[in-house]
Every structure is written in C-alpha cells, then in structure tokens.
Design a protein around this ligand. Structure first.
Ligand code: AGP
Length: 610
C-alpha cells in the first residue's frame, strides 16, 4: 500500500527520501515521486513503476541535490490507474503547495466540483490532487492553518505530508486512519508512514494519533490536534534493528522470514509460560480472574492469514477451555450488526496493526461495549493503541507481502490464550504443564521442517505446471489447508482453494482431473483415516496427491503420491510445522516459476483501505 517519506533538516533531502522509498517498497506500489524545495519553486518528479525508474529520471547530477526539505511517496492505485500523472506528490494551485497522501478522501467528487467551479484545473484522477488544491484555495501564508481547515472539510482517511513554497524548510503532516511516524534526529526530522523508512537514521519516534497535525522544521516539532491546540505525544524507542529489515543473505525476504520462525516463535513465547503454575501469563490482556471466569464468548476478527490463524484459535479455545469461540472475517463484522455482549472478548488479529477492515471491526466492538484486545506484531500501530490491551507477537518486522512468521507467532499466542482460559476453568495444573511442554516444543518442530528445505524444493518441481490446486484438511488441519492455499495463490499465481476434506465432494470434486493436484493434510491423529479416504477419492479422479504426513506414518506415506513429513506431535501444535512445510512448498513453486515473491502483483503488505 502507499508509502510516505518526508524530510526536513540540515543535509540533502533527496538521498533520505529515495532510500526511505526503497525501504517502503515491500509494501507494494505502482508508481513513485518526490517533491523538494528549490529557490524558484517546488520541484516535483514522478515515475510510473519502481523507485529505480524515479532514480533514473532524476539522473546522477541532478539540480535538486542541495535541497534540504522534501516529501516523497510510493502509490498503490485506488483512484485512477497507475500513471505518472496520478503518482504523488500532487501540486496545489500553481505549485505553491505539494502534498503526498495515503488513504481515501471519500467526498472528493463534491470537492472537485467546487474547486473546478473556483477555477482549478486537475491534471490527475486522484482524490489527493483534490486535497492539494483545497489546501491551496485556503492558503493565506500559513500552511498549518490551511491544512487544518482543509482536513476539517474532508471525509475519509488520510496520512499526509505537505509543504508550501513560501515556507521553506517546513513540513505539515497529519493523520486520520493512515499511520504517520516522526523520526527525531539531531538537527532533522524524518517522517514516514512506516518506521522501517526511518530506522537507518534514528530510533527515537513519535507515532501520531488520529486527528493529530504536526508542524515540523528541522528538529522542531509542534503537534496539535485538528480541533484544539498543542498536545504532547510520547516518544518511543524503535527496538528492532536495521539489519532485521534487510534480507540477511537470503534470496527473498519471504525465505528469510520462513527461516526466522524458530527464533520468532521463541520470542513470542519468551516469559509468557509459567511451568510452575502450568499457566500462561499474557498480562497484556489485562483480564482480572473475575473477567476470565465470566468470559462468555471469544470473538476473533482478522483478514487473510490473520483470520486463518484465528480459526486455529477458535478450535483451541473451545477444545481446551470449553469457552465458546468464533472467528469472523473482519470486513463483515461491522456491516452485519453482530450481537456482542459485555462479557464477550473480541480479539483482533493483525500483523501490521493497520488493516482498515480489522480496525473498523475493533471500533465497532468497542462501541458495542465488548472487552477488546489486539494480537498485533507492529508496536505502536493503530490497532495496538486503540485496543489498549493485548499481546504483541514480537515476531520482528515482516517485510514480505506474503505473511509467514506472523502466522506462526499468532498461532503460538492463541494457543497460550487457550491455555490461560482453560486454566481459569477446567484444566488441571498437571495438564497445563503438559500443554506448556507441547507449546515449548514448537520451535524445534519447525526447525525439523526447515532442515528439509532442499527435499521440499525437489517436491516443488513436480507441482509447477498446474493451473489449479486444492488443499484439504480436517479439524486443526482445516485452517492449515486455507493458509496453504492462500500462500500458494498469492505468490505463484496458481489458482488454489482450501477446503475441508469432507466438503470436497460437495462440489469442487467436479474439477478434479490429472492436471489438478490435491495437497492433503494427513497428519496422524483423529480424522486421519477419513482424510486418507478423501485422498483415495481424489486419486480415483486422476489427481496427483501430495500429502503432509507424520514422520514414520507408513500407512499415509503408502497412500499419497508424494509426501513431506512433519515430526510427530499433537495435532494442535502440528498446525505450525505443517504450515511451515506448505510455506516452503509455495515459496519453491513460485521461485521456480520466476515470480516476484516478495512483492506479488496486485497485493499490498498492509491493506489500509476498505
Ligand atoms: C497474507 O499473506 C496476506 N498478504 C494478507 O492476507 C494479510 O494477512 C492480510 O491482509 C491481513 O494483514 P494484517 O495481518 O496486517 O492485518
């Protein structure tokens, strides 16, 4: 999704802006642009395609190099196709103002009509150009006043950075719904929509709240709200290293992140399991023993991979704690007017903490009076802040668009939640201790799958040519089938669907033939025999079946055509190594097909529009 970088300080702005844009490439985008001050005017340069196209356009000895203030953007098209004209920054008036924007201005049509009537000419189809002209129309020598008044007229979401030719060295930035973080340097401030663009320069950061507007000049920062005067916002320390955001020698971020999972899960579990009491701590949930005991229902909301992890949570919470649990697509939550009771706990799961649909569900749940908690990876993100209570994943930055380590950390937290809820009700201390041992074994189980990377790459060679694939599983392996299919389709562009193994014969089986393979989760445990029966049904329709099987399970190995073995463990923990096996399978299929693994077409890392 779109990315913002802006700079004001004492050194040349251009290298900071361009390296920041490069850092934001992982988010997904289709054009890029910069605007910097020059003595005569604000200079704007934009290019369709990658940041490298913009760098080529600027050339080596360009005349903009001495400028010490500027704004930059990577755009992911919403209003109007990905063209140079639609790329940001957009100028207001006759280049008096320049502005970059993430989010959507919902009343842009009405505002465009009003500004056209006032004599403004539009060069793009974007809602952002509307905002730039609106600011210009209100500008009387004070940028922060013009932006404040303009944003009060705007309906929708925004994270913006603006500059005015008449106010050199000054940036005005604001947010409602789209994140903005200020990186505080010695004689400079670097603004970005994502901390990964600033960690090269500073670790001191201020995250703006919704409806905050900041005026920044060099290292001077004045934060106000759109409705009132100055406010103070806490400075936080960014605790992940610059190295963590690099590929670390791997061919792709996705592979690096797959291999980081044993460590990421250890970080997720660290300090949260009490082997003496056989319980999980999770103090961030901030639930009193009374609230825990009174818990009527756990409602889990999320999108994509986060929702798939939520389904594992639903199964585990009902299984171990006997507490009613439901998972729901976050986008649906606020539109169908769900029943939510004050004794319900709503758990919002999100790697980024910025997903618009999940955030909307959080706000709906808060309005309905539920206890709301966030299960989030990105510290300081909007969902983390608005829920106020929750559990950070501590999985480290996830750069690849395809989510991997976030899923396995999310599942790890959900299993700990199941343990905590179970211990507050019907689970004995001994059973709690046993569950802790099983959860603590997960990183080692994952490592055993990673050790088979080369063998999995070989298996992948046999699954390159299909255009369609089905993933099947039952019980705890059903969410794994959904996640396996999501991973394969997003990075390899092979059509893939996850189905409950029993559901296949209620329709999809009509599509099976020699060219449509099936990937079956046949882990040893309850339901395995039934899934092996489903495998036979697929083979009878000429589909080749790749089984994820339990190590040493000769029956399953003899039934399927190819297999990847995962270590023996209870099914609820087998979710994690089995998913890792499918992550590697998808990765190798996509790699062998030559796909853009870290930035798949049409996808964005963080979906901040509904
Ligand atoms: C996962 O591989 C996807 N790219 C996507 O489904 C993602 O999980 C979804 O957009 C939710 O993102 P979040 O966890 O940041 O809220």
């Amino acid at each position: 999704m779109c990315g913002i970088v802006a700079y004001t300080g004492s050194r040349p702005a251009l290298p900071v802006l361009l390296s920041g844009l490069k850092r934001l490439e992982y988010r997904g985008y289709d054009s890029a642009g910069i605007a910097v001050e020059t003595p005569d005017a604000i200079a704007i340069r934009k290019a369709k395609g990658k940041v490298s196209e913009l760098v080529n356009l600027l050339g080596e000895n360009n005349s903009l190099e001495s400028s010490t203030c500027g704004i930059a953007h990577t755009r992911w098209a919403t209003h109007g196709p990905p063209t140079t004209e639609n790329a940001h920054p957009h100028a207001g008036g006759k280049n008096n103002i320049a502005l970059v924007h993430n989010g959507i201005i919902e009343n842009h049509r009405a505002l465009r009509a009003k500004l056209t009537a006032a004599g403004y000419t539009f060069l793009s189809e974007t809602d952002t150009e509307v905002l730039a002209h609106l600011v210009d129309s209100l500008y009387q020598g004070n940028l922060v006043e013009a932006v404040t008044t303009a944003l009060k007229e705007v309906e929708g979401t925004f994270g913006i950075a603006a500059m005015a030719h008449a106010e050199p060295g000054t940036l005005v930035v604001a947010r409602r719904g789209s994140p903005i973080v200020l990186g505080l340097g010695e004689k400079e401030t670097i603004v970005a929509s994502d901390a990964s663009a600033i960690i090269k320069h500073t670790r001191q950061a201020i995250y703006l709240d919704d409806n905050d507007i900041a005026i920044i000049k060099g290292s001077e920062v004045d934060i106000r709200t759109l409705d009132a005067g100055s406010v103070s916002r806490q400075t936080s320390e960014i605790d992940w290293s610059s190295d963590a955001a690099e590929k670390g020698g791997y061919e792709h971020y996705m592979l690096k992140e797959i291999f980081e999972q044993p460590e990421a899960i250890c970080n997720t579990l660290r300090g949260r399991l009490d082997s003496n009491r056989g319980n999980a701590l999770l103090s961030g949930l901030n639930l009193s023993p009374r609230e825990l005991a009174d818990l009527h229902r756990v409602l889990i909301v999320g999108c994509g991979t986060s929702m798939n992890a939520g389904l594992v949570g639903e199964y585990a919470i009902e299984d171990f704690a006997g507490v009613l649990a439901e998972v729901e697509q976050a986008a649906e939550f606020r539109y169908r007017n769900p029943i939510v009771n004050p004794s319900d706990l709503v758990v919002a799961i999100s790697q980024s903490g910025e997903t618009a649909d999940t955030l909307a569900a959080v706000r709906e749940a808060i309005d309905k009076g539920a206890l709301v908690s966030g299960l989030v990876n990105t510290v300081g993100s909007t969902i983390a802040r608005e829920t106020g209570r929750g559990v950070y994943l501590h999985a480290g930055p996830e750069i690849s668009v395809a989510s991997t380590k976030a899923f396995t950390s999310q599942v790890s937290v959900l299993l700990m939640m199941a343990l905590k809820f179970a211990r507050s009700r019907r689970m004995s201390r001994e059973s709690g201790c046993q569950m802790i041992r099983e959860i603590e074994a997960i990183p080692g189980l994952v490592q055993q799958v990673l050790d088979q990377n080369d063998a999995i790459a070989k298996v992948a060679e046999r699954y390159l040519d299909q255009t369609s694939t089905f993933f099947i599983g039952r019980g705890y392996m059903y969410p794994v089938a959904l996640e396996g299919a999501l991973k394969l389709k997003e990075i390899s562009y092979i059509h893939a669907e996850g189905y409950h193994a029993a559901e296949l014969k209620h329709g999809p089986i009509a599509l099976l033939e020699e060219t449509v393979p099936v990937i079956a989760l046949c882990n040893d445990g309850p339901g395995k025999d039934k899934t092996l029966g489903n495998v036979a049904e697929c083979q009878a329709r000429d589909s080749r079946v790749l089984g994820i099987v339990t190590e040493g399970d000769t029956e399953a190995i003899a039934t399927v055509d190819d297999h990847i073995a995962v270590p023996a463990c209870p099914l609820y923990t087998a979710v994690v190594p089995s998913t890792v096996a499918l992550q590697l399978l998808s990765y190798h299929i996509a790699r062998l097909k030559g796909c853009a693994i870290d930035q798949p077409r049409n996808l964005a890392k963080s979906v901040t529009v509904e």
